[in-house]
Ligand binder design. Structure first.
Ligand code: NDP
Length: 329
């Protein structure tokens, strides 16, 4: 649980680990043994006062998505052994209402993907590219946080649609991964001293679509390259969540290029999950869509894993394994 509200980078002392017996599920409730906790940037936003149903106060269980296995159920829709997804927070044995859970179709992929490529991050990428970016073949698409949970899927969907895709990531290793494994045409490190010039070189004819995961200095550089009628899918501002002083892009580039900037929320698009999942599972099966997970073991390491994800130490979807996954050897 939260011990206090983090200031800047979350510290271990901002969290407390509590141990106690698991509760018994009442009628309508389910006892779940969590397997994976999903580390997501919105949790930092919640800790900074963002509205996600529960208020972030000292003593509050950290909110978050998780994948688990049903241990005991007071809800006829779930039985022991079912794999489920839910927003159960940072807990190992939560008891939650059955209404808050969703069964995972294990034929589509490993259960962990329900909070990654076959879950909310993947759907987010698909919505932003399909509805807002709408890249046409040959157009240049830039994706920030290009190797992360959302960005890696956004870049690959843009590539599948025939676009030329340029990633922005945190270091040379991530950039190599983006090009060699995810099929990006180019990738630039935002930590390089010559970042803006390197990005301009990689996008010689400008940027038609920007899938913005970060805001901040990265977006300032990308907006300067927007072409006429460019589209910006404003997905997230991870560079700004814990940093009120972060500087974003200059809006004159939007005005002069008559660009479209549109924010969006995956939460308003959850009804489209089955359609996305079926499409994504088919792409994974055909080898067109690749994914990677970055797994830390032990709930006691969740604060460090969370901090690492925010700092970019994750390569792929950041997860914390809190129980043995019976579906993996
Ligand atoms: P990621 O797996 O991409 O992890 C976060 C990444 O952000 C880090 O790995 C790091 O990558 C990058 N990053 C962190 N700080 C900075 C910085 N100062 N400048 C540039 N890059 C930075 O997380 P997700 O894929 O889960 O989330 C990506 C974004 O999508 C977030 O902004 C999140 O809030 C947003 N989001 C929005 C949703 C919506 O409905 N609109 C739904 C889900 C997510 P690197 O090392 O490459 O810099």
């Amino acid at each position: 649980m939260l011990a206090r509200l983090p200031q800047g980078v979350p510290q271990d002392a901002d969290f407390t680990l509590l141990e106690g017996p698991a509760a018994t599920p009442a009628a309508g409730e389910v006892l779940v043994r969590n397997l994976y906790l999903s580390m997501d940037p919105y949790q930092r936003s919640w800790m900074a006062g963002g509205s996600y149903g529960v208020t972030a106060t000292p003593g509050a269980t950290v909110i978050g998505r998780a994948v688990g296995e049903v241990v005991a159920s007071g809800d006829a829709r779930f039985a022991a052994g079912d794999f489920v997804f839910g927003e159960t927070g940072w807990q190992t044995l939560p008891v939650v209402s059955g209404d808050a859970l969703e069964k995972i179709d294990t034929t589509l992929g490993p259960v962990s993907t329900a909070v990654g490529v076959l879950g909310s991050p993947g759907l987010t990428a698909w919505v932003g590219i399909s509805d807002i970016g709408q890249p046409r073949a040959g157009e240049t698409v830039v994706v920030s946080a290009a190797t992360g949970a959302v960005g890696s899927v956004a870049g690959q969907i843009a590539r599948i649609r025939g676009a030329r895709v340029v990633g922005v990531a945190g270091d040379a290793q991530k950039c190599a991964f983006a090009v060699e494994h995810l099929g990006y045409d180019a990738c630039v490190s935002h930590r390089s001293a010559g970042f803006a010039a390197e990005l301009a070189l990689a996008c010689r004819s400008g940027v038609d679509v920007y899938f913005d995961n970060t805001g901040g200095a990265v977006s300032a550089a990308v907006f300067a390259l927007l072409r006429q009628d460019a589209r910006v899918a404003l997905c997230g501002l991870v560079a700004e969540y814990g940093d009120a002083a972060a500087r974003g892009p200059n809006m004159k580039h939007v005005l002069s290029n008559q660009a479209l900037v549109r924010g969006f929320s995956v939460r308003r698009n959850l009804a489209r999950m089955p359609e996305y999942r079926a499409q994504a599972a088919a792409w994974i099966h055909s080898g067109e869509l690749k994914y990677r997970e970055d797994i830390t073991a032990g709930i006691e390491h969740a604060p460090a894993a969370f901090r690492g994800m925010l700092a970019g130490r994750n390569l792929g979807k950041a997860l914390v394994r809190v129980g043995d996954d019976p579906t993996r050897g």
